[in-house]
Design a protein around this ligand. Structure first.
Ligand code: NI
Length: 191
């Protein structure tokens, strides 16, 4: 396994819609292993492939560290995920993102979703998700579509976030883990 640098949210790869995975070969399996190592070393609970610079429709989630029992879910890989249904009821929850260092804010999203995806064996699966699992999957599917969570903030929150986001865009706010900045520069050691 290898740890990969995480791409800053203002890097062009993060704004581009990802391509569907057409074959689950060894390179995809290796990518998934590397993504898990990368996510765990950065203390994340979800990661989309374009966050490590690979523009493919694939994400990983692990909410097993949640202190609340019904928020917990063991590690899961979702390939070409699609939300089939979502509840009318929306809930507000605090979100952060490994591509947006040292920034978090509250976002409204549907509470419960039903998502269709392929697993690593190429079998189609359907999952109903609520709570934190639903939240992380929706956040990561947004990444695969080139959408960042701060785009979903209310307009007042967007205004308040502006200067913090500017610093992140300029590479003045850095995470503890290796990051590829918007201009392609790699920062941080890959230990
Ligand atoms: Ni994110």
């Amino acid at each position: 396994m290898a740890r990969l640098p995480i791409y800053n949210c203002y890097h062009p790869v993060m704004k581009k819609k990802t391509e569907d995975v057409t074959e689950i070969d060894d390179s995809i399996k290796k990518l998934v292993e590397d993504m898990f190592e990368t996510m765990y070393k950065a203390d994340g609970i979800g990661l989309a492939a374009n966050q490590v610079g690979i523009s493919k429709s694939l994400l990983i989630v692990d909410t097993s560290i949640s202190s609340e029992e019904n928020y917990r879910h063991p590690p899961i890989v979702l390939i070409n995920p699609e939300i089939e249904e979502e509840s009318d009821e929306e809930v507000e929850m605090n979100e952060g993102c490994l591509s947006i260092p040292k920034f978090n804010d509250k976002v409204w999203r549907p509470d419960v979703i039903q998502v269709k995806y392929y697993d690593l064996n190429g079998n189609q699966q359907t999952l109903e998700a609520g709570n934190l699992l639903s939240r992380v999957i929706q956040h990561e599917i947004d990444h695969l579509d080139g959408i960042l969570f701060f785009e979903r903030l209310t307009s007042i929150r967007k205004t308040l976030a502006k200067s913090k986001l500017k610093k992140i865009e300029k590479g003045l706010t850095l995470p503890e883990y290796p990051m590829v900045l918007p201009d392609g520069t790699l920062t941080g050691s890959n230990k």
